[in-house]
Every structure is written in C-alpha cells, then in structure tokens.
Design a protein around this ligand. Structure first.
Ligand code: HEM
Ligand code: HEM
Length: 170
C-alpha cells in the first residue's frame, strides 16, 4: 500500500490513474464549443461535468493527505525542485478547477446539483463569486497545457531516456 523510492504503491497509482481518467473526461467540456455540444460527446459525457467535478474535489483532498503521508517514501525525479514544482501545479489545478466551477454556478445563481442532489438552491447571483468563477475556463486551458507537458515528459522518459519513471507509476 505504501509508496517506496522505487515504485508508487497501490493507492497512489489508483488515485493517479483514476483521477487522470476523470480529468480527461472533464476536459471534454471543451467540445461544447463545437456545434453547441449537439453531438455524442456533448450529449452523453459532458452532462456529468458538475458531478464528476465534485467527485474530483473529494478525491484531490484524499490524494493530498495521502501525498503528505507518503512524502518521504516516494520516488524522486531529477531535477527535484522542477519536478516538485510541476507536480505541485498539477495539484493546484486539480483543486482550483472544482472551486472555480462551483463559484461560477453559485455566482450566476444557477445553484449546485451533484449526482441528482440539489446541494445549493438556485437563487440570486453573487457578483464576486461569478468573477472568480470566470477564471474556470482560462485555468482549464492552462491545466490542459500543463497535462500535455506532463504526459510528454512521461513519454520522453519511457521511450527516449528509457528509464523507469513511467514503470513505477504503472
Ligand atoms: C477538475 C475538475 C474540472 C475540470 C478539469 C473542468 C474543466 C472544464 C473545461 C475544460 C471547461 C470548458 C472551458 C472552455 O470551453 O473554455 C469547463 C467549463 C465549465 N465547467 Fe468545469 N471543470 C472541472 C470542474 C467543474 C465543477 C466542479 C463545476 C461546477 C460545480 C464546473 C462547471 C463548469 C461550467 C459551468 C462550465 C461552463 C463555463 C463557461 O461556459 O464558461 N466545472 N470546465
Ligand atoms: C496519460 C496521462 C498521464 C501519464 C502517462 C502520467 C504519468 C506520470 C508518471 C510517470 C508519474 C511519475 C513521475 C515521477 O515519479 O517523477 C506521474 C506522477 C504524477 N502525475 Fe501523472 N500522468 C498522466 C496524467 C496525469 C494527470 C491528468 C494528472 C493531474 C492533472 C497527473 C498528475 C500527477 C501528479 C500530481 C504526479 C505526482 C505523483 C502523485 O502525487 O500522484 N498525471 N504521472
């Protein structure tokens, strides 16, 4: 269960790949820009956006607590400071996306409904929340770039440098 300097443990790997899948799903929201979402992706996967986002919020908290517990056990990659900064930004992105998403909906007065449960009722908007919420989309694009860089580095390690960086997360 625990991580070791040679390999990420079961829970770390489960959280990493489970959340990678969910975040990939969330990024499909960009397809709403094509034909106003009137297509298969927009009609079947994207409508889960708010519920999956709430699930990610819960999972990232668990993942953060777990990462702090495992910080002395984990594999280290060079250059340490740069890798830590990169992974730190990925965590920040995973945390800020659901927060700004909720701000957007509540700020505009749409309320918040998660897996069919109305957690916050529709109401009057809250202007400062709506303005913070408007950062949701630009941050999503930044996160997409960051993820592309992250995946690119993982593939570079595996196929060009041929080291075990990817293997220890598999
Ligand atoms: C990690 C979690 C999340 C990710 C990666 C994510 C990603 C995205 C992306 C890529 C877009 C499309 C942006 C664009 O087309 O420019 C978007 C839009 C949106 N998201 Fe999220 N989202 C997340 C969580 C949430 C949550 C939790 C909520 C609500 C509670 C939410 C509400 C919205 C709304 C309302 C829009 C449409 C905003 C607009 O049209 O400007 N998102 N999100
Ligand atoms: C196909 C997609 C992905 C691949 C191939 C991949 C690959 C990897 C690899 C090989 C590591 C270990 C790096 C090391 O030991 O230095 C890692 C760690 C990490 N990845 Fe990814 N990753 C992917 C998607 C994502 C996504 C979508 C996120 C979040 C937005 C993410 C966040 C992280 C974080 C925060 C770490 C540090 C370890 C941890 O705290 O879990 N990854 N990834």
């Amino acid at each position: 269960m625990n991580d070791t300097p040679q390999r990420y443990g079961t829970l770390s790997r489960l959280l990493h790949w489970g959340m990678a899948l969910l975040i990939g799903w969330q990024l499909l929201k960009i397809f709403d820009r094509i034909n106003d979402g009137e297509h298969w992706v927009g009609q079947t996967l994207v409508p889960w956006h708010v519920s999956i986002g709430a699930l990610i919020m819960l999972l990232v908290i668990i993942r953060l607590v777990w990462a702090i517990k495992q910080k002395d056990n984990r594999p280290r990659s060079e250059p340490v400071a740069l890798v830590k900064a990169g992974h730190g930004l990925l965590y920040l992105g995973m945390l800020v996306m659901p927060i700004t998403g909720v701000m957007y909906l509540v700020g505009k007065g749409y309320g918040l409904k998660v897996f069919g449960m109305q957690l916050i009722a529709r109401g009057d908007g809250v202007e400062w929340m709506a303005s913070l919420g408007s950062l949701h989309s630009p941050i999503a694009w930044l996160l997409l770039l960051l993820i592309a860089g992250h995946v690119g580095m993982a593939l570079l390690h595996h196929f060009v440098k041929k080291d075990d960086t990817l293997k220890r997360m598999l």
